[in-house]
Design a protein around this ligand. Sequence first.
Ligand code: ADP
Ligand code: MG
Length: 385
Amino acid sequence: MPKITLKDVTMIYPFQKVTGLIGRKQKQFILKQQQDMPYTSNEGVIALQHFDCTFEEGSFTVVLGPSGSGKSTLLRIIAGLERPVLGEIYFDDVLFNDVQAQERDVAMVFQNYSLYPNQTVYQNIAFPLEVKHIPREEIEPEVKKIAELLKLDEKLNKLPQELSGGEKQRVVIARSLIRKPSVILFDEPFSNLDVLMRKELRNELKKIHETYKTTFIYVTHDQYDALFLAERIVLLKDGIKQMDATAADVYNYPANRFCAEFIGSSTFNTFEDIPVSKDGKYKLFGQTYELTDKQQKQLGKEKCIDVGIRGTNLAIADKGVDAIIEYTEMIEADLIIHAKADDQEIIIVEKMDGNNEMKYMRGQEIRISFDPMYFHLFNKKGDRI
Ligand code: ADP
Ligand code: MG
């Protein structure tokens, strides 16, 4: 099971040439559409830029990023389905740029199930071994073992059309595991499933990894997937790596505003353009705080910062900033309180305890206590200081 290393990998998809019978205006329109994509060069769409990363043998890494950030491209490059325009890919210490996809011993699990519709679950799972001409009596125990692990033992005689979405995805995972590849690449495998099913499969995927210790690279736009699954998270935006750290570090010490807000989903508060005095002091809702010497140095000549704080790190208290509740919403066991103070929106997350839904109502006056220990400070470029 190799270690995979990418060095300075850059991928540019060339613009599509528009030829044929359509008019000049239409051709120009199509070209312009392509050039207006977020990151383009003269040659085409830049999907991955100077990407460096090592995926250790047997590790479980989640690559997290919004749609279009280059996640699928990264997997396709590792699988050998795409050749980068720049940079190198190593499996262990062997340069693999020119190694064909079939020779890479990599399996891929996509979000769209690709099962053989006329074959049973058993036949679908056994298929990769049958192609290798492995004797039947050796295949059977393997299929049974994997089916049990994935809770498919009761479904082995069913056809794919008789399965639920979650079950189909289990079969896909079983089929990719059975040939014991060195690496399994998961491309948003659960994004078509409902929340409960997703949670269940996440749990199981973790167990499967513990059992098989195959190198897993899992890409998703879902922060919950990432926080739950990852030993390590690589954050991607516009094809550029933003951060590479443990889930806890990504959560507690986001490298920049993008990472903070992406992991915080909709409950990360950012207060923008807060002036900083010469001696490193700044005010937030009437309270004065101070930058550390190190932060002052990092800020340099700039005179403004953005201050971020997670809604989960704010509390409603007896003392604090006066605010008024605008509305509340419930997300699972959390009560999300949207309040306003000094004309600014503040989001506070309280754990539901059975009766605080009644406690906090629209129009109610509250006080919010801020603990600077949880502040995330960013310069105007968005980097953490
Ligand atoms: P993600 O999987 O994170 O959504 P992708 O890797 O699919 O991102 O895409 C990254 C960027 O590359 C996007 O801007 C996308 O439009 C572009 N892209 C992806 N595949 C192609 C392709 N075959 N031809 C042209 N552009 C592409
Ligand atoms: Mg994708």
